[in-house]
Design a protein around this ligand. Structure first.
Ligand code: 5GP
Length: 126
């Protein structure tokens, strides 16, 4: 699968679809998920065109990887969920590919917090 720049998050990056820009640095952008699953539910995406964590982890530069990781930490502090700013913590999720039901084919990390969000996953119905 090759990266398709027609995906929704690429359009958000280009400003073609509106999103509240919670945080941005040279390599990453963060905005609220349109269908929040917790009191705080933010998506952090790289500005480069990467399909998934599988793609990003192999093909992004060291600068992109560092900046992306830093962006996640900044978002956790800005939204008040990080323990270092008095928050109660958060969970990071990234869905990569079919088995994980990845919906948008532009790498993104979900940051969830602001309330108890339960154990790791709900087992799928058989
Ligand atoms: P995935 O299943 O790919 O990990 O998650 C994609 C996420 O993108 C979903 O949680 C969904 O609610 C969110 N999403 C889909 N379309 C939009 C959109 O147009 N704007 C925003 N802010 N989030 C979106």
């Amino acid at each position: 699968m090759t990266y398709d720049s027609d995906n929704i998050f690429a359009k958000i990056l280009r400003g073609e679809i509106p999103a509240e820009r919670i945080y941005e640095n040279d390599v990453a952008l963060a905005f609220p998920d349109i269908n929040p699953q917790a009191n705080v539910h933010v998506l952090i995406i790289p500005k480069g065109g990467y399909l998934s964590h599988d793609d990003f982890s192999q093909n992004a530069t060291a600068v992109e990887k560092t900046g992306f990781t830093e962006a996640i930490g900044e978002v956790a502090r800005i939204t008040g969920v990080a323990q270092s700013v008095g928050g109660t913590g958060y969970r990071l999720i990234t869905n990569s590919g079919e088995a994980a039901d990845q919906e948008v084919p532009h790498y993104h990390v979900h940051l969830l917090g602001g309330n108890r969000i339960g154990r790791m996953i709900t087992p799928p119905k058989s």
